[in-house]
Ligand binder design. Structure first.
Ligand code: PLP
Length: 471
């Protein structure tokens, strides 16, 4: 890392942890020069980097000031404990998310970032050459567990995080969603009880519904993720067969557990021999200095199945994901062979080729900076246009914020009214088996941010004000 990058990271960390609150003037060049023994040009370059990331803004002849969201309130945990239940959510999810596919609708409710944030032309080159030069035997050789060169590249990324997972332990799948579904089918049967987050990713609810299992909702805090005490208490009362959780940049709240909490989670589940299906699709989209370790990093006995993909950070639509399956590799591989056989071989070869160029980390750095600066823009717009009583989560990565309105607010109505104006949102009830969170929405700040976003948030703010005033 260059010196100005290291300095920018130090200051960004202070902004994130509140040591430098919004509105603060950044230290003078003279002070920083003495503190860090760096040249003025290094300091200016660091400040310019922070400005590009939307963390600070220069004011003419006054210096650089911290932008930010310090005045936004954080969501309260509002989950009401619910009994284990059959899940019946799919029709609601389908009816709401249909709007996201319409190109004319501004996708604040989407689960995807803008495709424009990805190096698609460079990937297309890899895809073209993989299609041209692919060894015909590769289609057979790449049957599960998958294309070796790709598994080696994924293994290298695990190694870089300090949590080695050898290539032979990695199974390539059609996106993370297939990996997650295969894991669930490998460890549980119809009628079994699965612990999930509340609010949580609706595809987990849909998988439980499809496989005729039951869901047990565990509360998630906006700041530090899953409530481990609640999980422990519920595990003592109910025969939970498996857990399906996101430990970093959780969808929909953006919440993350600390590494200490992840370690405690793994110990708690290992002791009870309960498998953990860990969904880590946003792990690479961190705003801090390094990727947070997933729970898998603390798994000594193989009870954690770590699932991820390239869909959110490199190659949407290529449908390439994977699982590091712990002790369940054989069952998962056989289920894969019995269902979709293999992920697309040209797509696997293309991604392996791209990763071998070494360009991925540079792309990720840029993507993270873009997302972080768009988070600032989103928060500024919320401050400007939404009523002061709304509460907003403060993710440290990913591209979702969770917005909480006063109790009684109807976000299904807000969704209907917003779609009329050409704006989608993701209303709270789709994130809960017991259809809670009627007063909450998830907003996506990973779109192709332009003038339309500000206008859309202004229009949304007007709809919110109208509903709150009783109209
Ligand atoms: C939390 C979460 N997990 C998994 C997925 C699915 O990932 P993939 O597109 O790689 O199947 C998504 C996509 O929306 C997601 O938001």
């Amino acid at each position: 890392m260059k010196r100005y990058e290291a300095l920018a990271e130090l200051i960004a960390a202070d902004i994130r942890n509140g040591t430098l609150p919004p509105g603060t003037k950044l230290p003078s060049v003279r002070k920083l020069r003495l503190q860090h023994q760096v040249s003025p040009s290094t300091i200016f370059e660091a400040y310019r980097r922070l400005e590009d990331r939307g963390l600070v803004r220069a004011r003419e002849r006054s210096g650089f000031f911290v932008l930010g969201t310090g005045t936004l309130l954080e969501p309260k945990t509002s989950m009401v404990l619910a009994q284990p239940a059959q899940v019946d959510i799919s029709q609601l999810v389908f009816s709401i998310l249909g709007a996201v596919q319409d190109r004319n609708v501004l996708p604040l409710g989407s689960a995807f970032p803008s495709p424009k944030l990805f190096p698609l032309p460079r990937l297309a080159k890899s895809l073209a050459s993989s299609a041209r030069y692919i060894d015909p035997w590769e289609t057979v050789a790449s049957l599960p567990p998958g294309h070796l060169a790709l598994r080696q590249q994924i293994a290298l990324r695990y190694l870089g995080m300090g949590m080695p997972q050898p290539p032979e332990n990695i199974i390539i799948t059609n996106g993370a969603l297939e990996a997650l579904n295969l894991c669930l089918a490998a460890v549980a049967q119809p009628g079994d009880l699965i612990a999930i987050e509340s609010p949580g990713f609706y595809a987990a609810l849909q998988a439980i519904e499809r496989l005729k299992m039951k869901a047990l909702e565990i509360p998630v805090h906006a700041k530090d993720g899953l409530d481990l005490d609640a999980l422990e208490a519920l595990l003592a009362q109910h025969p939970v067969k498996a857990c399906w959780l996101m430990t970093s940049f959780q969808n929909p709240m953006g919440a993350s557990m600390s590494e200490e909490k992840k370690q405690r989670l793994v110990a708690m589940l290992t002791q009870r021999q309960i498998p953990l299906i860990e969904d880590d699709v946003y792990g690479e989209l961190y705003f801090g200095n390094r990727q947070p370790l997933p729970a898998k990093a603390f798994d000594q006995e193989g009870w954690v199945m770590h699932c991820s993909s390239f869909s959110k950070c490199l190659a949407p639509g290529y449908r390439i994901g994977w699982v590091s399956p712990g002790r369940f590799g054989k069952q998962i591989e056989q289920l894969k062979l019995m269902t979709t056989l293999s992920a697309s071989v040209p797509a696997q070869v293309a991604i392996a080729d791209y990763l071998q160029t070494g360009a991925y980390d540079k792309h990720l750095r840029k993507l993270r900076h873009t997302l972080e600066s768009q988070l600032t823009l989103m928060n500024e717009a919320i401050l400007r246009y939404f009523p002061a009583e709304v509460r907003v989560s403060r993710p440290q990565g990913g591209y979702f914020v969770w917005v909480e309105f006063p109790e009684g607010f109807d976000t299904l109505r807000l969704h209907r009214e917003a779609v009329e104006l050409g704006i989608s949102i993701a209303p709270g009830p789709i994130f809960s088996a017991s259809r809670q969170y009627h007063h909450c929405i998830r907003l996506n700040y990973g779109g192709n941010w332009d003038g339309y976003y500000d206008k859309a948030l202004q229009q949304l703010g007007a709809l919110i004000q109208l509903q709150l005033s009783g109209c």
